[in-house]
Design a protein around this ligand. Structure first.
Ligand code: ZN
Ligand code: ZN
Length: 738
């Protein structure tokens, strides 16, 4: 009665290589049981107790019987050895009760017969990331098994199959069909359990009563039926269903490969022979700060409600858009959300607040100035950038690249705030409503309005708030919500690529100039005489911006960097020695013969070059070359790619005096802020205690008065002062609101 069969799932690592097989109580066991036609003997009832035939343990719970069985074996002398053994075992995920494998009759959908169709239809889906198609999902379909459809539950969608004692079965497809075949059924029939179980059909074969089978349907079948079930198709809404099927886009987490993604495709393949969705973004899982899966058990769960409460829904959304591609796992922690809130949402809000602050002071109404075009370079630039951004965000959303689209919005907002608004502030401060001021307002209003429309799908709340105040309040014909606006039109005629490139270059030169100042440890408020650029040419307009941004008297283009900077490029001998030891003398010679600046900037910006040394091409990069660049005595250098800037760091007496004046203005502005004065408040300035600085103030009196909205500067009056330090000089300052 006992014999040994072959099974390749048995391993030697856990014992002798011989295991007992019980086809009724395990997946592998059942498979080999079917292969070798072993009997399926079920000795356990549905309560988990041994049946009558199992003596002497009949009626005993199988887990409790373990020890008794061992005892009996020991008594009859057939036990070789009994020991405790640690192994994995299934438990109920809810109540941790140990589970028993148990053979039950089930209903299956024969998906294996649809394998080819499933694969064909999968080919029509655009997966993001695209490796899901051939990988995780494709592999699953290649090995698709029949779908165990039935569940033995109290609640669920009743399996609509009626059975007769004669063996006849009927699957009911509609209420109408049910009413037609039922023996007796009320007009307002209730399709749920338990009511449906009281409905009996008349057997069309033998005329006896048919009863519904006891099972309900796997709830994944319901989810997979969503595309048509939500419209109650095919019973109604044919047109609505056809308009919306297949869906353009669905999204869920990666664990839905075997869940919703599969059941949607399985059911639509079986019924319509096509996929029910065209595009699918597969989301990665959310992890904790250290990249570990969140679980209650580990106590590392961050509730989304905490973040919704503290940072808000927009910040939460923006974090997930920008943190990484949606399909990569994201680390989720409050500080990360706070960071994006600061970086993007606060920047957007600050620009908006800036506009509102001054528009309110001026009672500015953009609807009164329609049809104007500004010729101001900064206005043309930001409008050009706006249109480019609208176009690129659209392109990226079309390609389902949400992260890139969000980055474009974020970068644009940053430039709007840190370049456009910062460089144009004074235009809003003009006393009269002159054209230039009107254009500044109109431009910023247009930009903000379109920016919030583009950003609305990403951050629906802050954009609606801004839109309501900036647009709906002023224009009763405007759509009542930002979410009802049409996507902004991209106007190619407003895009000026040359302007955008020149401004970007200017921006980069300014940031290099700041690096050079930092290197020389000279703060921006100290004017310097000159900066030299390697850039061949740049229109005067941008030169003026650079002068102002970097507080320079002069900017010179097309400068020969080698006159001010010492470049030193030499082979990194330990690295090159290993691979190309014998070439090193040749390498030294070849490098020395090249344009040192060009080579140095190329290498430091991460590029590589290939040079032939003694007939052998060798690739040079930041790893095998050592590059040092520094300004010669009296100069500070910074460079990136093919752009180099050199600051003349010599500070003359005149420059030093002006530096004092600017520092004093900065101190006064801070004191205005600390005293919570309004932006338009006039002040009176008092100072004493430093003859040198008093002289400076007399010299720059008009400039200081203008910048600080002062009406008068009073020297040496006896009163209370604040001690301040101006570039190392002590001074007593006070100010009073007029
Ligand atoms: Zn349980
Ligand atoms: Zn029958």
């Amino acid at each position: 009665a006992y014999y040994v069969i072959h099974g390749d799932f048995v391993t030697l690592s856990d014992g002798t290589g011989v295991v007992h097989i019980a086809p009724a109580y395990g997946e592998d066991d059942n498979r080999v049981g079917q292969k070798y036609d072993l009997p399926l003997i079920n000795l356990v009832d549905v309560q988990g107790n041994f049946i009558e035939e199992v003596t002497p343990w009949q009626g005993m719970f199988v887990k409790k019987a373990d020890e008794k069985i061992i005892e009996t074996m020991k008594e009859s002398g057939i036990l070789y050895k009994a020991e405790k053994y640690l192994h994995s075992y299934p438990f109920c995920w809810r109540c941790d009760t140990p589970l028993l494998y148990y053979p039950r009759d089930s209903w299956f959908v024969r998906m294996s017969s649809l394998r080819e169709k499933l694969l064909e239809n999968n080919d029509t889906i655009h997966w993001y990331p695209d490796n899901v198609k051939k990988g995780r999902f494709g592999n699953f379909l290649e090995n698709v098994i029949d779908w165990g459809l039935s569940r033995e539950r109290y609640w669920g969608t009743p399996l609509p199959i009626w059975e007769c004692d004669c063996g006849h079965r009927d699957c009911i497809g509609s209420i109408a069909e049910l009413k037609e075949k039922a023996i007796q059924v009320s007009d307002d029939i209730e399709l749920h359990k338990p009511y449906i179980d009281h409905v009996l059909l008349q057997c069309s074969v033998c005329g006896k009563e048919m009863k519904r089978v006891s099972e309900v349907i796997d709830c994944w079948y319901d989810s997979g039926s969503m595309p048509f079930a939500q419209h109650h198709y095919p019973f109604e809404n044919k047109e609505l269903f056809e308009q919306n099927f297949p869906a353009q886009f669905i999204s869920e987490a990666v664990d839905q490969t075997r869940g919703w993604f599969y059941t949607l495709l399985a059911i639509s393949t079986a019924i319509f022979d096509k996929s029910s969705f065209e595009n699918c973004i597969v989301l990665g899982h959310v992890l904790d700060k250290n990249g570990i899966k969140m679980s209650k058990h580990k106590g590392n769960v961050l509730s989304p409600f905490t973040v919704l409460e503290n940072q808000g829904a927009d910040a939460l959304r923006w974090y997930f858009y920008t943190a990484s591609a949606p399909w990569l796992p994201s680390r989720f922690y409050e500080d990360a959300v706070i960071e994006v809130q600061r970086k993007f949402l606060n920047t957007l809000w600050n620009v908006y607040s800036f506009y509102v602050l001054y528009a309110q002071i001026d009672q500015f109404d953009p609807t009164k100035y329609q049809g104007r075009t500004s010729s101001h370079v900064m206005d043309k630039w930001i409008i050009s950038k706006l249109n480019t951004m609208i176009h690129k965000v659209d392109e990226n959303l079309e390609a389902y690249d949400i992260t890139k689209a969000a980055e474009l919005i974020q970068d644009f907002t940053d430039e709007l705030s840190n370049w456009y608004v910062r460089r144009n502030r004074t235009r809003y401060w003009a006393m009269d409503m002159i054209d230039d001021k009107i254009h500044a307002y109109l431009t910023l209003h247009t930009v903000l309005k379109n920016l919030v429309i583009v950003a609305a799908p990403f951050v629906p709340f802050i954009t609606e708030e801004i839109y309501q105040n900036l647009v709906v309040q002023l224009d009763e014909k405007a759509p009542e919500s930002v979410h009802l606006c049409r996507w902004p039109d991209y106007d190619e005629n407003l895009v000026d690529q040359q302007l955008e490139q020149e401004m970007e270059l200017t921006y980069k030169i300014c940031s290099l100039g700041r690096s050079a100042r930092n290197l020389a440890n000279i703060k921006n408020r100290q004017p310097l005489s000159k900066m030299l650029l390697s850039t061949k040419e740049l229109p005067e307009y941008y030169i003026a911006i650079i002068k102002e941004e970097l507080n320079l008297k002069d900017v010179e283009v097309n400068a020969n960097m080698s006159d001010y900077v010492s470049y030193n490029v030499k082979p990194n001998s330990p690295v090159l020695g290993k691979s190309h030891g014998r070439f090193i003398p040749g390498i030294r010679k070849a490098i020395a013969a090249m344009d040192q600046m060009e080579l140095a900037l190329k290498i430091t910006s991460g590029q590589s070059i290939i040079i032939e040394i003694d007939g052998t091409p060798i690739e040079f990069n930041a790893e095998n070359l050592l590059v040092t660049m520094s300004g010669l005595e009296g100069f500070a250098f910074a460079g990136e790619g093919d752009i180099g800037v050199v600051l003349d760091t010599h500070i003359s007496e005149t420059l030093r005096t002006e530096g004092y004046a600017r520092e004093i203005i900065s101190k006064l502005q801070n004191m205005r802020k600390d005293s919570s004065f309004e932006v338009m408040d006039k002040i009176k300035i008092y100072m004493t205690g430093n003859a040198l600085l008093e002289e400076v103030v007399r010299q720059y009196r008009d400039y200081i008065i203008n910048e600080t909205l002062a009406v008068e500067i009073v020297f040496d009056e006896v009163r209370e002062y604040t001690d301040v330090t101006i570039n190392g000089e002590l001074l007593k300052l006070a100010l009073v609101k007029q």
